[in-house]
Design a protein around this ligand. Structure first.
Ligand SMILES: [Zn+2]
Length: 265
């Protein structure tokens, strides 16, 4: 079973991606948080073009991605978990938690470094939020993020299955927490005890600097609580937040060529 999953990791990832993409898009249509999303089609088309461009660029630039890289690391017994002998299930859980912490710290770094912010700002410049925003990242950010994953895998030597599960969770949680799905204050407060909700992440996408430096989590919400970067708005106040970056909020900035060149302005 484990070998079957690892041998078919690309197909499994694509299957989960398509399944959750359509599920979240359906929920956005049925229970929208905001039902007046501006320039919807133009945003959606260009965000998806960027997403597919990133897949092609990664394939060209790197000989392998996170799962394939972890197969190599595992088979060569590199990394802490491959040296010390702990129960496989415990290793899997610890790997998933530490992987998530790494992504939290990476996100924090992309906000604090002025060089990295130029690239991460592209993601924040989306003028509204929906599933497609969760796929809108500049190729340089995607590339640096992959190198950070390689570094984590080399140091920790997590099980290959943990890397595959984490890649699926990260992709799914990114689509979920950027989605335009309505959650009542009560549901939101309950879910955000465990994972990052769309309401929680919407605060992070506000055009206000103070809000952008809150709610860095992508999956587990505990990191924002531990590192005191958590901020709560109820749905009524969330509605008044302006989303995006003031300098890049015009319609023409939504086109793919503008998105790609934005960090160099
Ligand atoms: Zn951010």
């Amino acid at each position: 079973m484990k070998n079957y999953i690892i041998n078919n990791h690309n197909e499994i990832r694509i299957l989960f991606f398509i399944l959750f993409l359509f599920l979240f898009m359906y929920l956005e249509k049925k229970y929208p948080m905001k039902d007046n999303i501006k320039i919807f089609s133009l945003r959606l088309i260009n965000n998806f073009i960027l997403f597919f461009l990133n897949i092609i660029l990664l394939k060209i630039l790197l000989p392998f991605l996170a799962v394939t890289f972890s197969i190599y690391i595992s088979s060569n017994n590199i990394g802490i978990f491959n040296i010390i002998n702990i129960n496989t299930f415990i290793t899997l859980i610890i790997s998933l938690i530490l992987f998530d912490l790494t992504i939290y710290l990476q996100h924090f770094l992309f906000h604090k470094s002025s060089f990295l912010w130029k690239f991460h700002r592209v993601h924040h410049a989306d003028t509204d939020l929906d599933v497609s925003t969760g796929l809108r990242f500049h190729p340089v950010e995607i590339f640096i993020s992959m190198l950070i994953k390689f570094l984590f895998i080399t140091i920790m030597g997590p099980p290959v299955l943990a890397v595959l599960i984490f890649e699926i969770i990260l992709n799914t949680s990114s689509m979920f927490n950027h989605s335009n799905i309505f959650l009542s204050n009560r549901t939101d407060l309950f879910i955000r005890k465990f994972i990052v909700t769309p309401n929680m992440h919407r605060t992070h996408h506000s055009n206000k600097f103070d809000n952008q430096n809150k709610n860095f989590g992508f999956n587990l919400s505990i990191w924002d609580i531990i590192f005191k970067t958590h901020k709560y708005y109820n749905t009524e106040n969330l509605d008044n937040l302006k989303i995006g970056i003031n300098e890049f909020c015009s319609k023409k900035e939504l086109w793919i060529h503008k998105i790609l060149l934005q960090p160099f302005k």
